[in-house]
Design a protein. Structure first.
Length: 239
């Protein structure tokens, strides 16, 4: 049995032209099916202008999320989709820019036209069942904890985190913050420890799996982290 203790020292900041999606925290049915949880939709998004429609699609900005290596798709898109009928506008998250709702992982389930701010859909996002998009939105599953917010993703700013284990695990101890405020390097702590083959144990938050991990190296590869390479892994509720 183990746990770690974090004092309340979270940071929520606002950065222009950035979004964060957070709190998709499904527990996989087994260690090999994290992809089906769709937890990999968590993370930072950047405003994009590279598509043929220019800086907007259907009158609204669209956003791009570049996935970590091994996290099931290379890119995710958040965009304001226009259906066949007048006023049929809906926010979608999909691996293919501009594709129909039948290809989406996540949809805003408010009446159309959806609000022009995706954050206004918070509390009303629905997810493809078992991670498999389909054309029947009624089968999509609500997740009221999941949200979009302007600016950066949450980060822990405590100087130290104490990792407690009742099993006398080698990696129990006090971890020192080594992360920066860069969104690519958030929520990383380390402890020098001769029991590690690298001389260090790392405690870090993997947002695309939405778990805290203790390991001898830092890897954001979702499949590597599922293949028995980690020393310890947590489940995490909303934060």
């Amino acid at each position: 049995m183990w746990a770690f203790v974090v004092v309340a020292c979270l940071s929520l900041t606002t950065r222009i032209n950035a979004l964060c999606s957070w709190n998709r925290a499904e527990v996989p049915a087994s260690s090999s099916d994290n992809a089906n949880t769709l937890n990999f939709v968590n993370g930072k998004w950047s405003e994009d202008t590279s598509q043929s429609s220019g800086a907007t699609l259907n009158g609204q900005k669209y956003w791009k999320k570049t996935q970590s290596t091994g996290c099931y798709v290379t890119t995710l898109w958040l965009y304001y989709y226009k259906g066949a009928n007048d006023g049929d506008y809906r926010w979608l998250v999909s691996p293919t820019w501009g594709s129909t709702p039948a290809s989406s992982y996540v949809q805003c389930n408010l009446d159309t036209p959806n609000p022009t701010d995706p954050a206004a859909c918070n509390g009303h996002w629905v997810f493809a069942p078992d991670g498999s998009p389909n054309s029947n939105r009624a089968l999509y599953i609500p997740d009221t904890d999941f949200y979009f917010k302007s600016g950066d993703c949450p980060q822990v700013l405590c100087d130290y985190i104490t990792f407690v284990s009742s099993g006398n695990d080698d990696y129990a101890g006090t971890y020192t913050r080594s992360s920066t405020n860069d969104q690519a390097d958030l929520n990383v702590y380390e402890e020098t420890n001769s029991a590690s083959s690298t001389g260090t144990f790392y405690l870090y938050f993997h947002h695309e799996m939405f778990v805290w991990i203790v390991n001898e190296v830092i890897t954001t590869n979702c499949q590597y982290a599922n293949d028995g390479q980690v020393t310890a892994i947590s489940t995490v509720g909303a934060w």
